[in-house]
Write a protein that binds this ligand. Sequence first.
Ligand SMILES: Cc1ncc(COP(=O)(O)O)c(C=O)c1O
Length: 387
Amino acid sequence: MSEFNFDAPINRRHTDSVKWRQPEDVLPMWVADTDFLAPPAVIEALQRRVAHGIYGYHYESPTLRQTVIDWVARRYGWEIEPDWIIFPPDVVRGMNWAAQAVAAPGDAVLLQSPVYGPFFEIPRNGGFAMQDAPLVQDASGRYQLDMAAMEAAVTPETRAYLLCNPQNPTGRVFTRPELETLADFCLAHDITVLADEIHADLVYSEAPHIPIASLGPDIAQRTITFIAPSKTFNMAGLKASVGIIPNPELRERLARAARGVIPPMNLLGMIAMEAAYGEGETWLDALRAYLQANRDYLLDAIASDYLPGVRMARPEGTFLAWLDFRATPWADAPARRSLEEAKVMVNEGAWFGETGKGFARLNFGCPRATLETGLERLRAALLQANG
Ligand SMILES: Cc1ncc(COP(=O)(O)O)c(C=O)c1O
């Protein structure tokens, strides 16, 4: 039994939460934050700083970099150096910033749908062409890289590859051989990897997270990695994340692109980050066990056809389930139908690209009782829709 109680229901209505500002009869299982309290160490560190009462301009805490270095070494086995680290407020900002530092209007960036919706805005924001080499499902429903599609999509204009690992929404955590294939591809085509590894801490026992930049010095020099405590410790509203850039020339390019444009991380975010990475590890291990049990509960429900006709890719990481409704009466717009008919709010698969049509993403980062209620509502509505 864990010393942390992830079963405790916490009312998030009336907190201006994006996820929860919904009509009272709607159960929100969409936006990717969890319904758990942050670790006690984070809450206490924030309370201490808030009690001081003055929140003026701040320097970086002198111990923060070492805390990040130790976290990355302990959790992902990657040795990084203090001057490789930058602190953007959030990962979406970091990815856009990095893309605009390595590519110019008219260049191209490569991605793999289905993928986190804001990835599609990166080429739009920078004036780059978008090249999509979709992931493909094998017979078991597991998503796989399609290297033939990658080779077909890439052109001499391709400057960056937008990697999402652990992958949102499919839950894939790429294996070392897969990452080596991707790294070889990017080195062969002279492409910089922009690696969104925001879900790195949320992987299940069978799937360790391997930062692509940790594979070796060549790919490290061609990669800009982003991680954050935001998903892990449920503090996305505090705006503090981490970028890791081993290549000094790329660091200099980002520094130039940042001036007057990219704000530093938030003061309270910095305090929370240091407490989380410094003292949050026991909590995280308990959280991962809880989420893994939720995942397994959901997998068992789907395997027994509890949601008639719905299939699911097995998440190896993240608290997100990618549900395939294509064989159900909701295939046209599963999230809209779920909201209208089950009062359960999930993300529409089409938000993750063309290849997401007929799918929906459900967030299981919630107490088990909430997950059970969501599934009960979905089952009842699907049974009715099936007639
Ligand atoms: C893959 C991925 N990247 C980035 C984000 C957003 O991160 P941030 O709030 O740091 O911009 C999310 C949130 O769902 C995500 O899933």
